[in-house]
Write a protein that binds this ligand. Sequence first.
Ligand SMILES: Nc1ncnc2c1ncn2[C@@H]1O[C@H](COP(=O)(O)OP(=O)(O)OP(=O)(O)O)[C@@H](O)[C@H]1O
Ligand SMILES: [Mg+2]
Length: 498
Amino acid sequence: MTNQVILSVEGVSKSFLGTKALNKVSLEVCEGEVHGVIGENGAGKSTLMNTIFGSLQRDEGTIRFMGEEVNFKYPADALKAGISMIHQETSLVQQFTASENIWLGMEDRFVKNGVLDNGARDEATKKLFEEYDLSIRHNAVVSQISMAACQMIEVIRAVAGNAKLIIMDEPTSSLSENEVGVLFRIIRKLTSQGVAIIYISHKIEEIQEICDRVSVYRDGNYIGTRPVADVDRNQIVSMVVGRELTSLFPKAEAEIGDTVLEVKNLTRYGKFRDVSFTLRKGEILGFAGLEGAGRSEVASCIFGIDQADEGEILINGKKVSIKSPSEAVELGIGMVTEDRLRRGIIAQMSVKHNMTMARLKKFCGKGFGIIREREETGAVDEMIKTVQIKVSDRNQRIDSLSGGNQQKVIIGRWIMTTPQILILDEPTRGIDVGSKSEIHRLMSSFVQQGMSIILISSEMPEVLGMADRIVVMREGRAVFTCDREEANQELLGKYVLG
Ligand SMILES: Nc1ncnc2c1ncn2[C@@H]1O[C@H](COP(=O)(O)OP(=O)(O)OP(=O)(O)O)[C@@H](O)[C@H]1O
Ligand SMILES: [Mg+2]
């Protein structure tokens, strides 16, 4: 990092109907710097980036880039000036190949005599992949590849466009630890060439590892900027939430009762094999493992999204066959899926309707199928308070909420069904530190009320802090089970990696 300022934002404000998303905020980024940006869900991080990138117009304030004041009307203007942005959700064209996506909008570089030279374009892609040591095929169709590969392609697209500043909005939320390593390697290479990176994340460990400085935002306000080396984790957390957060994992003791769920030798060909475990009343059963170890696939079978090929599922001692999620709900099972942003949300519908759709029956008058509106509305308002969703109106479209708040709506949806068994797949991914401890507190209170929880998490401290027992899965098999007392990071790590 040099001391040469490449981007400076001063006094920028932005309002949406009913919400002041940004209130006279600042940001300063230097050449070759990785600048962390952190703040609660709905703090205004994505909005700020969108005003820099030209996908939103600010109401007031100045933005200077490479010494000049800029007013980008469209992202295309920002791209031309040397700013690239990788969004919270991938923006690649799913039907196109990696190579086509990388050069989208820049094809003129490969046009000879009015004809696009596909060969030359693909050669350029291959060269970039080689240079950055990525094993992605240039002709792989984007819809067929992993989220991680998509993220890398987006980064390479920024490189291809000669970006001087790359904005990354929660780039690692769907990456495994290995993949995060690859991304960090690319980031270091870019900054050594003078490229500046804005790095948004809720994960403080990541910010400490990769960033030079960090800026904090809260409720649309700029709180401050610190060199990462000068602050510790607690100081960052208290800047984010505006108070001290004492314990991150306040797991309370709950009475453990009879077995409510028993899974015996469950197998789904090609996904997982011979998985057996039990879950008891009042228990939190943690599932540790790497992305792709088969944890989500097992959960999908219990919830009726997929069907197992072999094995049995017993609920309260009775053998069941669950053919759809609605049958699972009838049996008292709820599930928050890991990719809730892609699969869980109906963008055009309101917060209220997104939240109550799994439970509508409960709001219906007997026999008539008419929804008791007041009851529905009351339940929604209560849930908005409980999981702390930042929303100005329950009838607001869900896609006008910040990414993290959309996720909280889906979490609220399943809590509302008051299930006997709740499956949480990466429940705190994309959730800010304050709400995260709130969700952990809720989990404790649920099990105290007699609910049972399956917690799938790639964050080892979360599993260690919250689970009563832990199952480790690796390559489709349950390879190890232990009680919380026996468990520690080192022991689990051994089984996770094999
Ligand atoms: N199109 C929109 N219409 C109305 N309100 C909006 C719109 N876009 C954002 N907002 C509001 O602006 C505020 C800031 O949202 P923003 O997406 O910038 O938060 P964020 O800091 O990126 O949060 P997260 O960590 O959850 O991604 C939120 O209250 C959000 O509901
Ligand atoms: Mg955001």
